[in-house]
Design a protein around this ligand. Sequence first.
Ligand code: TYD
Ligand code: MG
Length: 483
Amino acid sequence: MGCCSHCGEWNTVNEISREILPRTGIGIAGVGDAPSLAAARLGVAGLSETGLGLTGEVLTPGASITADSEPDRRPISIADVRVAEERYLETGIGELDRVMGGGFVEGSVTLVAGEPGIGKSTLFLQAIRSIALRGQSVLLVSAEESASQVTLRALRLGELPETLFVLDTRDVTGVAAYIREYQPSIVIVDSIQTMVDPSLSGMAGSINQVKACADLLIRIAKVTLIPFVIVGHVTKDGTLAGPKVLEHMVDTVLVVEGDRHHALRSVSAIKHRFGAVGETGLFCMGSTGMVAVDDPYDMLLGDRPAPSVPGSVVFPMARGGRPLLVEIQALASKSSQSTPRRIAKSVDAGRFTILLAILENHVNIQSDGFDQYVSAVGGIKVYEPAGDLAILLAMASALRLVPFPFDTVAIGEVGLAGEIRRVPYLEERVTEARRLGFKRAILPASSEIDVDGIEVIPVSNIRDATSVLDNSRTEGFQLVSCG
Ligand code: TYD
Ligand code: MG
């Protein structure tokens, strides 16, 4: 039921189970009758969120007093609140701990999102294995793989720690009991889309089930102060499968990205209640799981085409102040179709279309009749607006068949009026480019930065920026040293 027949609002109706209906009428009952933690929560949530009584009558907001509302709670002055220090559980996997700001905070819930097969289960099996090897108890609730499948995977990683416990179940309501018994220092639930609450109807992975299961796990984490990691799948378009509300419910959202056909994987936090977002950990998927990568440039820039190929521009991504240089490649080829193709790989497709329109309107580079492709090399996704200028210059270079200077990077957001706008972390990005041997940087004119050893070319609009291509015909190119 999408639309409430009473108030006409959408998505306001919650499903509740028949078994937990209180014997008497409406209201606060239900709670006492509830057979389990999950049931209690459901009976209660049904009342408080829908505004419908259990027998169907409408409740006024004040009437929905629930087990959640604690009558002895009063507002406190913020100056009087006692702040407990956050305690971090380190996994021992340096790149992961760094992204998490030092480890997993007690009682926190982290959602790990990524496409199937990208390495979520592997990485977190490695993480809890490393914790278990220190003698601490850890619990892996595996709803996707059987215990023997998990063990086979663990065997590829090395010795099996005795304190790593695997619970292969899909029933979320069973988890709480084992936590009491095994006292794990961290719990991994893999994955939320396969867990079910049997007291609810609906298939695993349905919005209702995902929400209810996550809600229960979060409550357990908050009560027990055990950090929980919930694995979630993303759909083809890159959004998390399940309701957006899942991202709101958890403390941290970690994204594991990469191209399945490439070895490089990046792990970054897009939401983090205990620290900065944007930090990135780089891994390589190998035969013994995910291995941290210190110098990714061999993979990212090592095979850059010789300096005479049009359509290649290097862009320093910021990634939370830890820059990463990636090569943007573009290609324009005569189209045989009435509607030319535009394909973006590892680059935001909508943004790509806008940039092409800007290019056509403000620089008068005709792209009519050309199929156009753009891609970020190495499977690292470039969704930052700061990458606009590099994408646009790569496209201009491809359409005009003029190579972009090999020793130059480009950074800047491009506005619809063709203006180049400033972006964060400029100095860090330029410094990293210099470290790798780049000699020049095309930057927004409004950002006055000065980094020794690299020539800054300030540009205020894309006409100025593309004029770099005019000059580059006569200039020699210098090969960049990557290392
Ligand atoms: P997995 O962690 O199962 O992905 P996810 O949980 O995100 O769906 O990763 C599966 C892929 O990783 C699979 O294709 C096999 C590969 N893999 C390795 O290459 N090396 C290894 O040591 C392991 C354990 C997996
Ligand atoms: Mg998995």
